[in-house]
Design a protein around this ligand. Structure first.
Ligand code: HEC
Length: 226
């Protein structure tokens, strides 16, 4: 069984709404594909997306130990793979308490990401917007209500680590979207919806709590030139 519950830096900022999980953050460099076009992605783009998915431990939550695993990226299968978000993550029975589940990322139309565009997947990784409930549009702002950013954003539930993924280069996010859409076989596996607060985590994902995008220029007061 893959290790599913780890600790997370940005999560500490969400206390008390938070569970304990983590993400690995790798500097992902290298331009591959500026944006999706009518043409299908290239073999190199698919391989780049695969590398990024493997190195960012997407499967640590979304399932499968390696790309040959029949459950590869097809979502949560059992309660042990679910997350408890809220005070109950620390004190069993404490309220509020939400159960969230990593979704099926394979391109199955009914149960996975098959019905979403590459742009919807890009927007989910850059802005944390739920692809099933966010229009397929180019977003040019990070302020709700401006530049196609939904006025009432429906964010992905924690612990999906999009606050980290959003700093990846555009081309890398397109490569991940391309790999999920074209490089993985569809697996029909329905994952029950995550629970969450009525504001779809809007009060948890504020700039104060997760930091700005883009990040402040280097070097900040906490950094140094070398
Ligand atoms: C720490 C656990 C965790 C990791 C690591 C993780 N995810 Fe997720 N992801 C989730 C959870 C939980 C959800 C469900 C959120 C919800 O239901 O609102 C989710 C949802 C998603 C969705 C939305 C799918 C849909 O149908 O709405 C996408 C796309 C996604 N993740 C992609 C990725 C990619 C790509 C990576 C790696 C770069 C990744 N995730 C890593 C936990 C994780």
């Amino acid at each position: 069984m893959t290790e599913l519950r780890k600790s997370s830096r940005f999560f500490a900022l969400l206390v008390p709404l938070v569970a304990i999980v983590a993400f690995t953050h790798y500097a992902a460099l290298g331009a591959v594909r500026k944006s999706p076009t009518a043409a299908k992605p290239t073999h190199e783009q698919i391989l780049r997306g695969r590398y990024l998915v493997l190195s960012h431990d997407c499967n640590g939550c979304h399932g499968g130990t390696n790309p040959a695993d029949p459950q590869w990226l097809s979502g949560s299968y059992s309660p042990i793979q679910e997350f408890k978000i809220g005070p109950c993550a620390i004190t069993p029975g404490a309220q509020p308490c939400w159960t969230t589940r990593a979704r099926n990322l394979t391109p199955d139309n009914a149960t996975g990401i098959g019905r979403f565009s590459e742009r919807q997947l890009f927007n989910s990784l850059r802005y944390g917007l739920r692809p099933g409930e966010t229009p397929d549009v180019v977003i040019t702002s990070t302020t709700p209500g401006k530049g196609n950013f939904p006025a009432n954003p429906r964010y992905l539930a924690p612990p999906m680590p999009w606050p980290g993924w959003r700093h990846m280069a555009d081309a890398d996010l397109w490569a991940i979207a391309a790999y999920l859409k074209y490089g993985v076989k569809p697996v029909s596996h329905h994952v029950e919806d995550s629970e969450g607060p009525p504001d779809f985590w809007a009060s948890a994902y504020t700039v104060e709590k997760i930091g700005p995008y883009p990040a402040p220029p280097f070097p900040t007061a906490q950094e140094r030139k070398f």
